[in-house]
Design a protein around this ligand. Structure first.
Ligand SMILES: [Zn+2]
Length: 648
């Protein structure tokens, strides 16, 4: 850091050369680069020479410099992102060939030292000398009044503002790889589960990926006549996943019987039936926490990962995120909604009923599959029919053709997803599942969800006013659009909406939002605990997580769902492997309801094009301009409570 008097001398020099009007801008720019300039970047004389040579005083020339830097950043990040997308493709798409290196290709980073290189080449210094890197608090306060040129300047400077060393990028790839290997491979064998009466309720060879498929299997129990005992035993399995008490023999597939309530387990001879999994998942989490802490010093305005997750990545103040969570869970209307749920289930609620969200009656799956097959005789027909689908959703012919030409449908290897193009000459990838070359109902609903993502991605790449504004404010916004499009799956294959569908949707959305709001509160509290106890062992982190789960449950869930010995709020694998991702879902559900409500009374196609063309503003500015509203769960809560009357 340069002493203040030397900075001031340089400011005076620049004023003499370019006029006194540039003083404030010069002072800010010089301070920005002085804060990042290291010994290896040059001597103080070289610093001064750089400032004299690269400070742009003339407004026209400065606008030209911004346009050039904006284009350069767009292409550098864009091409690198396209390389990574290409190398990831073989892992993401269903394929028959396997040369045995696709995992390495997916991890390969073509430019792990990009941030360092931007500084070594002095490009980042030029950007930061001439344009303001503005911390979130200021963007949040002032952004609404900014002209688009200023947004572009801020986004361009912010894109190069953090000087992260290569070693952190390397560590991040290793830690995330470990985490993924752990949570994508944590399949719990359930075929050995034995009920107290000796029944084995699950088919031979059956395994469930924790937590995702355990939760879905609990959900599948609703409506089945023999569902309740299976739901209860799977809830206990979930509890043992959270606290690490699943016997190792079960995970190894060596158990012949397992009674999850007592945890009694019998195993093949020579296998230790008493050993348990232990706090592995908390070790995974702690490795990611250590990574976050190592990055902290490089983000002076966001000194913790909690702030980076909320403010830098989601562009929402931490307090605002927490307010949304609390508002959802403490809404007085929740009492009415919980009573309604209890009436629907015709029994007192149990802890696992936090997962209940199936308000609308469901048609037999065979009927839905048949409706999809009538429109799409083969999986490939989805790509061919994209322009027609978009036309039916209200896009004019030219726009439908344009959008469809920028979306490529692929068969996913794992779960469905959408991957955005980073350059206009590439296409968004829409990935969903097929069954033996046929599109079925779940695959089609996923396709419609991903189509929402893809439309957002194409519009917010091609139609934003400046390249630096590519994208949307956060994941919640894009999820909201995806949820909205997902709801059009029915009319597109000629299946009518069930009666009072909108009321069902409002209620489902609220129940989903509450469930994940509880988990998000635990997630945030655990990250705070980690920062307060950075040297914690995995065992200590586990114990703290269990205690935090109890606390949040006691505060927001026990009244409706009773005592929960299974710490269900700690079950999501996102907590241990995705670094404070859960609040995105809550924001997504809340926004989805706000956007969906707006679109029921507006022209869907026109509004989606208009909203997504605004680009990467803050969510607050984006929403004000899109809907004339702020982010708030108030409407969702009101509509969910009203739905209880409609559906009673
Ligand atoms: Zn999505």
């Amino acid at each position: 850091m340069l002493p203040a008097d030397q900075i001031e001398r340089l400011v005076q020099e620049l004023c003499a050369q370019h006029g006194a009007a540039c003083a404030a801008r010069a002072r800010a720019g010089i301070s920005q680069i002085a804060a990042r300039w290291r010994v290896e970047d040059g001597t103080p004389d070289e610093f001064a020479a750089f400032v004299r040579a690269r400070f742009v005083g003339d407004d026209t020339k400065r606008a030209c410099l911004l346009a050039r830097l904006e284009d350069a950043v767009f292409h550098v990040y864009g091409h690198l992102s396209e390389i990574r997308r290409m190398l990831h493709r073989w892992q993401d798409v269903a394929r028959t060939d396997d040369p045995g290196i696709d995992d390495l290709l997916a991890q390969f980073s073509p430019a792990p030292d990009l941030r360092e290189e931007l500084y070594r080449s002095k490009l980042a210094f030029v950007a930061l000398l001439n344009f303001p890197a503005v911390p979130f608090a200021e963007i949040f306060r002032d952004g609404a009044a900014w002209p688009v040129e200023h947004w572009a300047a801020v986004r361009t400077a912010n894109a190069v503002a953090y000087r992260l060393p290569r070693r952190l990028d390397d560590q991040a790839r290793v830690a995330h790889q470990h985490a993924q290997e752990f949570y994508y491979n944590f399949h719990i064998p359930i075929d050995c589960i034995t009920l107290a009466n000796g029944d084995k309720p699950f088919a031979a060879g059956r395994k469930l990926l924790a937590h995702w498929l355990v939760r879905e299997e609990i959900r599948a129990g609703y409506g089945a006549s023999d569902g309740l005992p299976r739901q209860r035993v799977l809830t206990r399995v979930m509890g043992r996943h959270v606290d690490g008490s699943i016997p190792q023999a079960v995970m190894a597939g060596a158990a012949t019987t397992w009674e999850p309530f007592s945890n009694a387990c019998t195993a093949a001879a020579g296998v230790n039936a008493a050993a348990q999994v232990g706090p592995q998942r908390y070790a995974v989490w702690h490795e990611l926490f250590a990574l976050a802490r190592a990055a902290d010093p490089f983000y002076p305005e966001y000194p913790t990962h909690i702030q980076r997750a909320c403010e830098l990545h989601n562009q929402l103040p931490v307090a605002h995120v927490e307010q949304v969570l609390t508002e959802l869970l403490t809404a007085p209307a929740r009492a009415t909604i919980m009573q309604f749920t209890q009436q629907r289930l015709q029994r007192p609620l149990e802890p696992f009923d936090i997962y209940y969200n199936n308000i609308a009656p469901r048609e037999p799956i065979a009927e839905l599959n048949a409706a999809v097959a009538r429109r799409f005789p083969r999986f490939d027909a989805l790509q061919e029919q994209l322009p027609a689908i978009l036309g039916e959703l209200g896009f004019d012919a030219a726009t439908a053709t344009f959008l469809a030409a920028h979306i490529q449908v692929d068969a996913a290897r794992g779960s469905g997803h959408a991957s955005p193009a980073a350059l206009p000459e590439y296409r968004s990838f829409l990935r969903t599942n097929h069954a033996n070359g046929m599109l079925n109902w779940p695959g089609f609903v996923t396709a419609m969800h991903e189509l929402g993502h893809c439309i957002e991605q194409v519009v917010s790449l091609h139609h934003v006013p400046r390249r630096a504004l590519r994208g949307v404010p956060n994941l919640g916004v894009t999820e909201a659009l995806a949820f909205t499009f997902q709801e059009f799956a029915r009319p597109l294959v000629g299946v009518p909406y069930p009666p009072q569908y909108e009321a069902c949707m409002a209620l489902n959305t609220y129940l989903n939002a509450c469930e994940i709001a509880g988990a998000s509160m635990v997630d945030l509290a655990c990250w705070r605990w980690l920062y307060a106890h950075p040297a914690a062992t995995p065992e200590q982190l586990r114990d703290a997580t269990l205690a935090i789960c109890d606390e949040v449950w006691q505060q927001h869930f026990v009244r409706w769902f009773g005592h929960d010995e299974n710490h269900l709020l700690g079950a999501y694998q996102h907590m241990i492997g995705m670094m404070l991702y859960l609040p995105n879902y809550v924001i997504g559900h809340v926004l989805a309801h706000q956007i969906r409500t707006h679109l029921t009374t507006h022209d869907l196609a026109g509004e989606v094009l208009r909203m997504c063309a605004q680009g990467d503003l803050t969510p607050q500015v984006w929403l004000q301009r899109a809907l004339g509203q702020d982010l708030s769960p108030a409407q969702l809560i009101t509509d969910a409570a009203r739905a209880c009357q409609t559906l009673a």
